[in-house]
Write a protein that binds this ligand. Structure first.
Ligand code: BEZ
Length: 252
């Protein structure tokens, strides 16, 4: 995952964890279970899972996120860990992951690590960006760069947004039995009113602006806003065109 600004993440992007309550219901954590929260960010969902009495470990590749998680929840265990290369000595009953797997662009390595870290019969419960996620925002960024500067290099895509078929096949190839998989739209309101989309692009979309000179970035974002306003702005709030993939899979 690229490194995000932790204080902005905490103050202006709380939707990242606020939408995950029903994913925890799907996980249905039980007292005494061992659960890994993969890509735990600043630990808010790790804390909610721990309230069930499960023993939870949160890992995230960003040391600043882990430092904040430890500050937020000093009694819980958080470790810096790479989602594409992690290993624990004690296997878990479940791996949970919200809004993180799309940052890991070698998905086969991620699934292999998840498999290795589960007990036989253990489950993966995950949600992340799926096929078509934020496609309106990405297309508007490319077209604004093209209008104001030059044809954009479209190879800098920093995310993995698979279809249900693609991700289910990947899980099955690694030996999982997929018991649930869905891809659905979730138009997601952004915080900060009029500045919501601007903040989202600065926070999450900076890879798309790498080739844009610093003094031109605001112009690009303003043009993106103008083009997306008819579809993604309603009564003072911007929305991101999120599409989520949600999966439950069991290690046979
Ligand atoms: C998402 O949660 O879908 C997402 C967040 C940041 C960047 C891209 C996607």
């Amino acid at each position: 995952m690229s490194h995000l600004d932790v204080s902005l993440y905490e103050s202006k992007h709380s939707f990242v964890w606020k939408y995950a309550a029903d994913l925890i219901e799907l996980l249905s954590p039980k007292e005494g279970e061992g659960i890994l929260d993969l890509g735990c960010g600043t630990g808010h969902l790790t804390h909610q899972i721990a309230a069930s009495g499960a023993t939870v470990v949160g890992i995230d590749s960003d040391p600043a996120m882990i430092a904040e998680a430890r500050k937020n929840y000093p009694k819980l265990r958080f470790e810096v860990g790479d989602g594409e290369n992690f290993r624990f000595t004690e296997p878990f009953d479940a791996v949970y992951s919200n809004a993180a797997i799309h940052w890991m662009t070698e998905p086969g390595r991620v699934v292999a690590c998840i498999w290795r870290s589960l007990k036989p019969g253990g489950r993966l419960v995950a949600e992340f960006g799926g096929k078509g996620n934020v496609q309106a925002i990405i297309a508007a960024i490319y077209s604004a760069i093209e209008t104001l500067l030059c044809a954009p290099n479209q190879e800098h895509h920093p995310w993995y947004f698979p279809s249900v078929g693609e991700y289910s096949a990947l899980l099955e190839d690694h030996g999982f039995r997929v018991t649930y998989a869905a891809l659905f739209d979730r138009l997601t309101p952004l915080e900060s009113g009029e500045e919501g989309l601007h903040h989202w692009i600065e926070m999450f979309g900076s890879d798309f602006l790498i080739e844009v000179p610093a003094e031109k970035r605001s112009d690009v974002i303003r043009l993106v806003e103008n083009r997306l306003r008819p579809d993604l702005y309603r009564e003072g709030t911007w929305f991101a065109d999120y599409k989520r993939i949600r999966v439950v899979a069991v290690k046979e």
